[in-house]
Design a protein around this ligand. Structure first.
Ligand SMILES: Nc1ncnc2c1ncn2[C@@H]1O[C@H](COP(=O)(O)OP(=O)(O)OP(=O)(O)O)[C@@H](O)[C@H]1O
Ligand SMILES: [Mg+2]
Length: 224
């Protein structure tokens, strides 16, 4: 069972003349099985919000709880482990390492905190099979299509079995067909996993696939 709760989360960057108040009291509660799309204009704070949810960046005020735990209250090493094991990120760019094979790239997150989770390689192979890349395990990222690279990035994000799968414009670099294929894959995997999926997108068509849609308005999160 996974829950995510944000209470009055605020985030301000800079000070004085360069001070920007991006988030002004975001309240949000998500439970296991929830899949939500987050939309909003450029600069409205979508990436900032996702980074706070994934414990990559601290809120300036307010609280974050994942399964009742405030990740920012953890000691530094436990926080790093939380980011590695509890959160999976997919970005607009795949961020696969060019010198490694697809299978090696997917295994990388399992190596951060030895020993790797039991059966890590079997999990990686199963996930790559699941995202349709079972025949591309030994390829390098440069030898894949854009859609294939993004599907590999999804497998990598899931290899440690994270409670939260957070995606920032995961289809932003893809053509329409691949964008919808990756969106449907994320939703199918979410249904199989029964955990939490948050997808930031500029695409109304991508957002329309989600039962729950949120948007950022003046630093607050509202149902779209
Ligand atoms: N590290 C930072 N330092 C200062 N300002 C920042 C920082 N990160 C983000 N901002 C500012 O916060 C605001 C929100 O940025 P954010 O990246 O969250 O927007 P976004 O909704 O993801 O936009 P986009 O759709 O263009 O990706 C912007 O005005 C940005 O300039
Ligand atoms: Mg952004």
């Amino acid at each position: 069972m996974t829950t995510l709760r944000l209470t009055a989360v605020g985030k301000t960057f800079g000070a004085g003349a360069t001070r920007v108040e991006v988030l002004r009291g975001v309240d949000l509660a998500l439970a296991a099985g929830d899949a939500v799309a987050v939309t909003g204009p450029s600069g409205s704070g979508k990436s900032t919000l996702l980074h706070i949810v994934g414990a990559l960046d601290r809120p300036s005020s307010g609280g974050v709880e994942v399964d009742g735990t405030d990740p920012f209250a953890l000691p530094e090493r436990e926080l790093a482990r939380f980011r590695n094991r509890t959160v999976g990120f997919v970005f607009q760019d795949h961020h696969l390492l060019p010198q490694y094979t697809v299978l090696e790239n997917v295994l990388l997150p399992t190596l951060a905190f030895p020993p790797p989770p039991a059966g890590a390689e079997a999990t990686a192979r199963r996930l790559l099979e699941r995202v349709g890349l079972g025949h591309r395990l030994a390829h390098r990222p440069a030898e894949l299509s854009g859609g294939e690279r993004q599907r590999a990035a999804v497998a990598r994000a899931l290899v440690n079995g994270p409670a939260l799968l957070l995606c920032d414009e995961p289809t932003g670099n893809l053509d329409r067909t691949n964008a919808m294929a990756v969106t449907d894959l994320l939703l199918e995997l979410e249904e199989e996993r029964g955990k939490l999926l948050v997808v930031v997108t500029h695409s109304a068509e991508v957002a329309a696939r989600f039962a729950r849609r949120l948007t950022l308005v003046e630093g607050r999160c509202v149902e779209a």
